[in-house]
Design a protein around this ligand. Structure first.
Ligand code: NDP
Length: 249
């Protein structure tokens, strides 16, 4: 496959950094987006340890909740490296609470970071993809967007919204050579899951037919497939990678 320019939002996070690494292995130049200054150091160190340097990866600071910030970031990436051809919308947060205790702030933050972000980033790169006749948009949703989860009305709504967005945009751009797909991980071993109370985590694992959490690499592999030429006929799809936690047709 030709070398493409890939952007991964939340690219320095647990799943994001595994996706970046896999896309570099696939031969691409990968830009990892981050928000908090300093968090990019760990990413760059781990990429260097894997033998990947500035010839195949870079970082870009920006807030996915800001349309303007994402516009500036996309322009900077285009100028420094080239236009984004593969976009992975991976940035996300949780602010869990039962609905009756949820504050407007918890609702707003989760919707803006997980769902509005997908508009904020994709809107700046989709025209270029269509004009060049090739593109890949891969949105990281969640098993909890598909099935709903107690204590996560905000997160489940945002992640379900991503699935609707994916199917609608897929129809609009497939004839321009651009595919739009989602990946819905189950529970994956990252800091997001490490934040779950140990006894609750044990209960979750007990419900997973595979009997374990997923690894970031297992999610990254599905993203690499969707980014590949071989997935040109896959669009509007949602790949569930959840150890059998939720099965549906
Ligand atoms: P991490 O917390 O490790 O990564 C999330 C990343 O998003 C972090 O790098 C974080 O940056 C970044 N981020 C948060 N807010 C913003 C913002 N406003 N602008 C730019 N970046 C931001 O979590 P995971 O790797 O576990 O999650 C990655 C994705 O996968 C998320 O969308 C998550 O919802 C989804 N997912 C995860 C599952 C899991 O079990 N781990 C299961 C299902 C889905 P910073 O750390 O600097 O705040």
């Amino acid at each position: 496959m030709d070398k493409k320019i890939a952007l991964v939002t939340g690219g320095v996070g647990g799943i994001g950094s595994a996706i970046c690494k896999r896309l570099v292995e696939q031969g691409h130049f990968v830009v990892a987006n981050y928000i908090i200054p300093g968090t990019e150091t760990k990413y760059l160190d781990s990429m260097a340890a894997a033998g990947f340097d500035a010839s195949c990866t870079a970082v870009a600071c920006g807030d996915v909740t800001s349309y303007e910030s994402m516009g500036e970031m996309a322009a900077r990436i285009a100028k420094d490296h080239g236009p984004v051809q593969i976009l992975v919308n991976c940035a996300g947060i949780t602010r869990d609470s039962t609905f009756r205790k949820m504050t407007p702030e918890q609702w707003r933050l989760v919707i803006e970071t997980n769902l509005t972000s997908v508009f904020n980033v994709t809107r700046h790169v989709i025209d270029g993809m269509c004009e060049r006749g090739w593109g890949r948009v891969i949105n990281i949703s969640s098993v909890n967007g598909v099935r709903g989860q107690f204590g996560q009305t905000n997160y489940s709504a945002a992640k379900a919204g991503i699935l609707g967005f994916t199917k609608a945009l897929a129809q609009e751009v497939i004839r321009k050579g651009v595919t739009v797909n989602a990946v819905s991980p189950g529970y994956v071993e990252t800091e997001m899951v490490a934040a779950i109370r140990e006894d609750v985590k044990q209960q979750i694992v007990a419900q997973i037919p595979a009997g374990r959490l997923g690894s970031p690499d297992e999610i990254a592999e599905s993203v690499a497939y969707l980014a590949s030429e071989k997935a040109a006929y896959v669009t509007g799809a949602n790949l569930s990678i959840n150890g059998g936690l939720h099965m549906y047709a």
